[in-house]
Design a binder for this molecule. Structure first.
Ligand code: SAM
Length: 256
């Protein structure tokens, strides 16, 4: 099976068809990924005293399920109905329940979920890269800020596009997408488009269009949307070598 999903750069969550939602689970490599990153996110959220956590890019649920297993009250949201359906299946299989689930676009988060409702928002697994418009990114971050309680925390995780754009793609394949037998890499890489291809062991091939978000640009966007005290981690560690990590995590706060 082969599909080039969503060649236009519009609503990127429409790229996640039911069949891709199924394959995504293989790509994610749940157990190995959670062994590595689960404790990191739990620790960050616990250190901040978070209880009500909103995952706005739930996907098939890897982070939402892990956070629910760790005892957080998790609201699972995603723009894709297919991904949310898969996440609910996975939550059931892992014996956890979400406090709530929503199919919602980031731009409508506060309209749908209300303002000042969560202690923390997570947007993990290279998700924010799906927005192609500067204004959409700014408006989405403002909506995220509004759903957070004052003092609330946002955690975002992106591929290290700086090193990809400046030095070319290379990945240790240790972080984030660690599923067995999945070959992942960009087939097109420009300042404004990273087209990633995922080839699965059975030959199924999918492509996703992403916007290559540079680290400093995302920090600037966060501050511009009213977030403060932005902290960055590289491959879950701090300090880090900007040119030598696969993923960058940015943590930001809604001022009190
Ligand atoms: N966090 C999960 C993980 O790491 O496996 C999912 C990551 S997946 C790369 C990105 C998710 O973001 C998809 O499920 C997609 O539907 C969702 N998404 C992309 N753009 C969105 C938008 N504008 N509003 C809501 N969800 C969106």
């Amino acid at each position: 099976m082969s599909a080039v999903l969503n060649s236009d750069k519009g609503n990127q969550y429409q790229q996640y068809t039911p069949s891709f939602a199924d394959y995504w689970d293989d790509l994610v490599g749940w157990e190995s990924r959670l062994a590595r990153e689960g404790a990191f996110y739990n620790r960050l959220l616990n250190a901040h005293g978070a209880r009500d956590v909103l995952d706005i890019a739930t996907g098939t649920g890897v982070n939402a399920v892990s956070l629910a297993r760790a005892g957080f009250r998790v609201t699972a949201a995603d723009g894709s109905e297919n991904m949310i359906a898969k996440a609910q299946e996975n939550a059931k299989a892992y014996g956890v329940t979400f406090a709530d689930t929503h199919v919602v676009d980031w731009l409508a988060l506060d309209e749908t979920l209300g303002t000042e409702s969560y202690d923390a928002v997570v947007c993990l697994g290279n998700s924010f890269t799906h927005l192609f418009d500067h204004e959409d990114r700014r408006d989405a971050l403002r909506a995220i800020r509004r759903v957070l309680r004052p003092g609330g925390m946002l955690i975002m995780d992106q591929r290290n596009y700086d090193s990809m754009l400046d030095e070319g793609y290379s990945s240790k394949h240790e972080f984030c997408y660690t599923g067995d037998g999945v070959d992942v890499g960009p087939v097109e890489l420009t300042r404004t488009l990273a087209k990633f291809q995922y080839v699965f062991a059975d030959g199924a091939t999918f492509q996703l269009n992403m916007y290559p978000l540079r680290q400093d640009y995302l920090t600037h966007l966060l501050e511009d949307a009213g977030f403060a005290n932005v902290e960055r981690y590289g491959d879950l560690r701090r300090p880090y070598d900007r040119g030598n990590v696969d993923f960058v995590q940015q943590v930001a706060f809604r001022p009190l």
